[in-house]
Design a binder for this molecule. Structure first.
Ligand code: HAM
Length: 416
């Protein structure tokens, strides 16, 4: 037996309904906020993420499924959607093509992380991005959209955390202040943090090693080092969140694990899904479009993990109870042909009609109808055929009536 690859999952019937609910709700809410869907390939040039997601990130350093293609090109399975959407925005000049460049995408992403509950190697994101809007009201709107999505899914027990990580003008001073505050303590931190202190000190706030926390708790906060423009922007974002009545907490440790963020960052965390608690995360990335070869346009967006949203859904969610409208049972060969013709007519009329393929006894056909939860069974045998009728059994009431074959479709429609 060849098993599925570690960190990947089959989404089985019975669970997939929850996925369909999440995806349908997301499409509805995204479209309501003016976003249009865009689908990008699963494979991209490795360079797109090395430059976009960032060389110092764990994703690029250790987690990409990258390979050399037969023609020598370096290709990777996408680890996230944002650089792909930026590429598509630039490649198709969406700024001209769309009235407002607000786009969303849904699909699988790949990161070679250590699998655990809520963390997979193939996972799925719902991702939204807006390009070209500098005004902080759009930060407020994007965060409101994230909050609305979670609320529309009926997910409770969540918290929204917000921060500002500044811009290239104010970040160097903050990084220097971090290194200075660490001082000699840096030698007591884990290997990852010692490396971060050199390559990207902000990322120290991502550290989960318990022994490191007392030192990290004493470090300065980004929002105390923002330049005037970043401070004004962040104040306005907070004002808009209040205006949209979106409850949030300030979290100075929310620096996010990707290199492109500037100013606003945010996450929604669930208290009910285990250690991998971030159901979604995002922020502003004002230099990214230019860095990837496009015009100097700002951007902001977020991505939610579908696996984590599904984990966070309420248990008793009213999901559609899928079952056929009618089951057709046939007895004997002549009736079998007539029953297939009836099946065809029922389906052409838009009904969900099912049949027993192997032509077993009536008893086993009724058992099958019962397992499928068909409320009505049409029985066709030689007698029925001779009379031009079907015998209709209503499963719940265990009662039978006869209906003319010519009226069977109308009867099924009326009784579904
Ligand atoms: P991210 O925080 O890396 O951000 O991922 C966003 C969400 O994807 C996470 O909050 C989580 O729900 C889900 N996720 C990430 N990794 C895994 C995994 N291994 N298994 C299961 N779920 C996972 C981004 O990807 C950015 N592109 C978000 C963004 C869009 N920022 C601006 N625009």
């Amino acid at each position: 037996m060849i098993a599925a690859i570690r960190g990947t999952q089959d989404i089985l019937p019975g669970v997939v309904e929850r996925w369909q609910f999440v995806e349908a709700t997301a499409c509805r809410v995204f479209e309501q906020y003016g976003y249009a869907e865009l689908r990008t390939p699963v494979i991209e040039r490795e360079e797109l993420f090395a430059k976009g997601t960032g060389e110092t990130t764990d994703i690029v350093q250790k987690e990409m499924y990258a390979f050399t293609d037969k023609d020598g090109e370096r290709i990777t399975l996408r680890p996230e959607a944002t650089p792909s959407l930026v590429r598509a925005f630039v490649e198709h000049s969406l700024e001209q093509a769309m009235a407002v460049p607000k786009i969303y995408t849904i699909g699988p992403m790949f990161r070679r992380e250590r699998p655990q509950k809520g963390r997979y190697r193939q996972f799925h994101q719902l991702d939204v991005e807006v390009f070209g809007v500098q005004d902080p009201s759009v930060d407020g709107e994007v965060i409101d959209l994230a909050w609305t999505l979670v609320r529309e899914l009926g997910i409770t027990g969540v918290e929204l955390a917000v921060n500002s990580v500044g811009c290239p003008a104010c970040r160097p001073a903050f990084a220097a202040a971090l290194v200075a505050a660490l001082g000699e303590d840096v030698k007591t931190l884990c290997g990852d943090c010692q490396r971060r202190a050199v390559t990207n000190p902000l990322r120290i706030f991502d550290c989960k090693v318990p022994a490191d926390q007392p030192v990290i708790d004493r470090l300065p906060h980004t929002i105390d080092f923002l330049c005037d423009a970043c401070r004004a922007h962040f104040d306005a974002v907070r004002k808009y969140l209040d205006l949209f009545a979106v409850p949030y907490t300030l979290s100075h440790r929310l620096v996010r694990g990707l290199d492109y963020y500037t100013r606003t960052t945010f996450e929604i965390l669930s208290g009910n899904i285990g250690a991998q608690s971030a159901v979604l995360g995002g922020g502003r990335y004002d230099g990214l479009v230019k860095k990837l070869g496009g015009p100097d346009r700002v951007g902001i967006g977020f991505a939610a993990g579908i696996e984590r949203l599904v984990l966070a859904l309420a248990e008793g969610l009213p999901l559609p109870d899928k079952h056929p409208d009618v089951f057709v049972a046939a007895l004997g060969d002549p009736a079998r042909e007539a029953s297939l013709a009836l099946l065809r007519d029922l389906r052409r009329a838009g009904l969900n009609a099912q049949i027993e393929y192997e032509g077993r006894s009536l008893k086993s056909q009724m058992k099958r109808a019962d397992r499928l939860k068909a409320p009505v069974v049409f029985i066709l045998g030689e007698d029925e055929l001779a009379r031009g009728e079907v015998t209709v059994r209503r499963m719940a009431a265990s009662e039978q009536v006869s209906v003319p074959l010519s009226q069977a479709v109308e009867f099924a429609k009326a009784n579904r």
